[in-house]
Design a protein around this ligand. Structure first.
Ligand SMILES: [Fe+2]
Ligand SMILES: [Fe+2]
Length: 189
């Protein structure tokens, strides 16, 4: 396997694992959510994330790549840097920031010259869903702002944004050698 394929295999494994981690996270949250509009959207959200992990698994299989076991998901770093969210508003504030990061990262990936069509189609399919994730969460946060106060919600979002910037820069540094085939597309956060 040449260097580019090795890197492609690694990043696809990373995306796959990250989507699995997202699905597991939202499955747990959805399981204990009381009935209502947030429960409905959360359930769809976790179903989407688990489909995303399947799309990556399928794409890797088509390209003949065996997924690598990834040690840590990007999400784990959020909890370390940003602290554990303690209520639904904080969970959604964190997720709002995270989903935007996911969309940005996939957009970077789409800019790789001569991108493999299997990868391109996988990202396109996933990003449609990720955009809806940002939308429904924004809507839910607006509703929750009536209970928690707009100021508190905005502060939480800013808090997770700062954590996200730091985590992403660290991620790029840490995996520099694995990301160099797409480094020309990686703009600073
Ligand atoms: Fe996803
Ligand atoms: Fe998502």
């Amino acid at each position: 396997m040449d260097r580019m394929n090795e890197q492609e295999r690694w990043i696809m494994s990373f995306y796959r694992y990250s989507e699995i981690t997202g699905a597991m996270f939202f499955a747990r949250v959805a399981a204990c959510m009381p009935a209502g509009p947030i429960q409905v959207n959360l359930n769809k959200h976790f179903a989407d994330e688990s489909m995303h992990s399947w799309y990556w698994t399928k794409a890797m299989d088509e390209l003949g790549y065996k997924p690598i076991r990834v040690a840590n998901a990007y999400q784990d770093a959020y909890l370390d840097a940003g602290g554990l969210p303690v209520n639904m508003m904080e969970i959604l504030a964190l997720t709002n920031v995270f989903e935007k990061r996911v969309i940005k990262q996939y957009a970077h990936h789409m800019r790789i010259p001569d991108l493999n069509p299997v990868i391109k189609q996988t990202i396109e399919k996933i990003v449609d869903d990720e955009k809806w994730h940002v939308q429904w969460i924004n809507q839910a946060l607006k509703t929750l702002a009536q209970k928690y106060g707009e100021d508190k919600v905005n502060k939480k979002i800013q808090h997770y944004k700062a954590a996200d910037e730091a985590i992403y820069q660290k991620f790029i540094q840490e995996h520099k050698d694995r990301l160099d085939y797409m480094s020309s597309t990686l703009a600073p956060a």
